[in-house]
Design a protein around this ligand. Sequence first.
Ligand SMILES: NC(=O)c1ccc[n+]([C@@H]2O[C@H](COP(=O)([O-])OP(=O)(O)OC[C@H]3O[C@@H](n4cnc5c(N)ncnc54)[C@H](OP(=O)(O)O)[C@@H]3O)[C@@H](O)[C@H]2O)c1
Length: 314
Amino acid sequence: MTDNMKKMIAIICTKYGPPEVLQLKEVEKPTPKTNEVLIKIYATSATASDCIIRGFKLPVRMWIPARLALGLTKPRKSILGLVLSGEVEKAGEDVKQFNKGDKVFAHTLFQFGAYAEYICVPETSAIELMPSNISFEEAAAIPFGGTLALYYLKKATIQRGQKVLIYGASGAVGTSATQLAKHFGAEVTGVCSTANLELVKSLGADIVIDYTKENFTDRRMQYDLIFDAVGKKKSSHLLYKKALNPNGKFISVDDDSPGKHAVCKANLIILKELTEKGILKPVVDRIYTLDQIAEAHRYVDKGHKKGNVIITVK
Ligand SMILES: NC(=O)c1ccc[n+]([C@@H]2O[C@H](COP(=O)([O-])OP(=O)(O)OC[C@H]3O[C@@H](n4cnc5c(N)ncnc54)[C@H](OP(=O)(O)O)[C@@H]3O)[C@@H](O)[C@H]2O)c1
């Protein structure tokens, strides 16, 4: 915290572009409204979404609507950062669920703002007491991939006993999807590169396939569900049709913009309970500090992180 108690340090996205557009600045510390909590942030994450928005890496057909929605030359929400863990510093007078000192984790959805020392979020948004058995760094590794994986597996009505293939099982979405699919009773095949085979096996995958050595469709296996957790149209239903049984489903992490259906308190509660039972283990790859954010984004831009890249804010 800076000398002036009304100021805080934050990372500002000065324009769309490479990681260097992210700059450390002193800004106004937010004040909670009556229905909001003020959180002292301890950890956030360099998520795929933060990197996509910072670099404006969107399909051409989305350029105009996205610039209108996000900001023409730079993000209107100049402080990026989708997810966080931290401690409630102050609760607005109408807040009932949280008290000063509560340890929480949250997903800010389209509000962003977690690349900072403090944030205010409504009590009813996607914020929950964080799992009691993990660190702040691990707690910040849950909301992004966890909510997306849960949303898509539920959307695909995953069933006990199904053969499920997770394509991209080692990323933030993939590591969550692998563990959740096992929890839902599926027989899970995880696809990733050589370096991540052991990780994916350790998350419970029954079978792991190295995409650098073979195409999984050549195995002549038929799956009930193929979940593409890589996205960016690297796969498609047509490409994988021969690996789906006649009633099998293909679902991609980029199928839609799940919004509040995925990012909600109810899903955070499920993820918290599964974590406390030891069923869901947050996967943390590298940890950077807030002033190393450009380096963190550079690493995430490569598209091969193992689970999550965490940023500590201290
Ligand atoms: N719909 C939405 O609202 C929404 C929101 C956020 C994100 N997304 C999408 O979700 C995607 C995944 O996010 P994430 O955070 O999980 O990403 P990530 O952590 O970077 O994971 C990427 C995964 O892709 C694999 N991969 C990379 N290149 C590959 C290739 N050529 N062939 C096969 N697998 C490859 C990686 O495995 P290896 O490292 O082993 O190669 C890794 O498992 C994003 O890229 C974005 O498209 C969608």
